[in-house]
Design a protein around this ligand. Structure first.
Ligand code: UN1
Length: 496
């Protein structure tokens, strides 16, 4: 089988990069398998894409929003009809298990239906004027070309979170997919094109952050940059946007905590921690990477969880019986292994895992054992730093107040959860844990598309994705005053 070559999508055409270069995308569960060959693009390709998007904006912004919504409904229907194929291809390029890639595709479908419906809302307000015979209202207006730099852990869901709201508001898009997962964006863009998104409205350029992402940020014509990735890169994106005052929507790191009180249903808490820590091989911004338990239950939780983690079946995610897939690439695998060493050196107790999986098919991929450290204290690096892999750090506390202090002891603020039967603890934690997302008796992962997604502190810069909150990223408010008095009226002066 010859390797399939995928092109960039610019102005409604599939085109090769002007660089003449390509890169391979391989299956992280089997390095021998090439998923596809993609364009190694450069600044010239970005320039073409932004030019197409800027031109298309002139007409797309004038298409009535309900009509834009009708196209998105068709896109959602097609994604739904092709969900299984899209999910299989996503597992092949990203590695996470098929049940989870079905969830990822579903999240894109949910977002697309949701934003299609928003085409008949996009509500503004009307409000009385302080003057007679004068009418006041607000309306959303689009900004122009939006540039997206998207991550590999949610290869279609996150590109959809950014694209669908941008389009419904009347903007046009240039998207750079993660180099590890371009196929899922190719698939999404192809459906968008085939279901009637006009040429130039959605454009896709594959390649590296430096050669493609940076020119998207630097181009003065892009007015919104939405980025999901590390805090380190997010800071640079923010700096890149500042000189020209672009909207910058940044979704960055996490070090999410699950709190287990002594009255918790421990079976449920263990189910939650297992899914939160090892789902997506721990490669979610929302992953549970810290588990803090009341001192009276911590021993029991550790033994229950260690048994369950050690029994997880790790392998190729296309096998329905596999429960955890590989790390997305060799670099990520090595990061995990480095943190295992750091944890040991800092004095944490390795309870289970910690090794690369080898032998047989494991040798072809980037597989690592689900790993749990106990006796983790707040001074250790594995407590503080985002690992983005299947490594769970467990600590303990004596009082509820201490649990809250520990939960907040992180530079990040994406997601947190508490397991308790006590309504007082649940509500107090809901108020006092400073994150953008909070769960009661549920794991730290599992956000739904109609609620705002994002975090506090070094996780975000105040914006939210998803829900109607994301419309504020992709539109600007215009306040409109209509004076029908036929007279000269001055605000603040003639109404005294
Ligand atoms: C991410 O990890 O970047 O809440 C996104 C969740 C998913 C989205 C995660 N719905 O875990």
């Amino acid at each position: 089988m010859s390797d399939k070559v995928y092109k960039n999508f610019i102005n409604g055409q599939w085109v090769a990069s002007k660089s003449g270069q390509t890169f391979e995308n391989r299956n992280p569960a089997n390095k021998d398998e090439v998923v596809g060959v993609f364009q190694k693009s450069n600044q010239d390709d970005v320039n073409d894409a932004v030019t197409a998007a800027a031109e298309a904006y002139k007409t797309w912004r004038l298409v009535p929003a309900p009509k834009r919504g009708e196209i998105l409904y068709r896109v959602a229907n097609r994604l739904f009809a092709e969900k299984e194929r899209l999910s299989q291809e996503m597992t092949r390029e990203m590695g996470k298990i098929i049940a989870e890639t079905r969830g990822d595709t579903q999240e894109a479908i949910d977002m697309t239906y949701y934003m299609a419906g928003e085409g008949r809302r996009l509500f503004g307000q009307t409000t009385p004027s302080e003057l007679g015979n004068k009418f006041c209202m607000t309306m959303r207006q689009p900004l122009g070309v939006c540039g997206f730099i998207t991550p590999w852990n949610f290869p279609m869901a996150i590109p959809s979170w950014k694209s669908m709201p941008a389009l419904i508001c009347g903007n046009t898009v240039v998207i750079k997919p993660a180099t590890d997962t371009p196929l899922s964006v190719v698939n999404m863009v192809k459906v968008m094109d085939e279901e009637g998104i006009p040429p130039g409205v959605i454009n896709m350029v594959t390649g590296s952050g430096g050669a493609v992402g940076q020119p998207i940020i630097n181009d003065p014509r892009t007015r919104v940059i939405s980025f999901t990735g590390s805090t380190e890169v997010g800071r640079k994106v923010s700096e890149g946007c500042a000189p020209t005052f672009k909207h910058a929507c940044l979704e960055m790191g996490g070090k999410n905590v699950q709190i287990v009180m002594d009255d918790a249903d421990l079976e449920l808490a263990v189910d939650g921690a297992l899914w939160g820590a090892f789902g997506t091989t721990g490669q979610r911004c929302t992953a549970t990477s810290r588990l803090i338990c009341h001192k009276d239950v911590v021993g029991k939780v550790i033994s229950m969880l260690a048994k369950r983690a050690a029994a997880l079946k790790v392998g190729n995610g296309l096998d329905e019986s596999v429960q955890m897939g590989p790390a997305v690439n060799e670099g990520q695998l090595n990061t995990v292994l480095e943190y295992v060493e750091i944890g040991k050196k800092d004095g944490a107790r390795l309870v289970t895992g910690g090794e690369r999986l080898t032998g047989g098919d494991y040798d072809k991929g980037f597989f690592v054992q689900p790993t749990i450290f106990a006796d983790v204290t707040q001074s250790m690096r594995i407590w503080k730093e985002e690992i983005f892999g299947p490594v769970l750090s467990i600590g303990s506390f004596s009082t509820f107040e201490e649990a809250i202090e520990m939960a907040n002891d992180t530079p990040y603020g994406l997601s947190a959860s508490i397991y308790t039967q006590n309504v007082n603890y649940a509500y107090a934690a809901m108020r006092d844990v400073y994150t953008g997302i909070f769960y009661v008796n549920a794991p730290t992962i599992g956000a739904e598309t109609h609620l705002p997604f994002g975090g506090t502190k070094e996780t975000g810069n105040g914006h939210r994705e998803a829900a109607t909150a994301c419309l504020d990223v992709f539109s600007e408010w215009k306040s409109v005053y209509v004076d029908f008095s036929g007279t000269f009226q001055r605000a603040q002066i003639d109404n005294q």
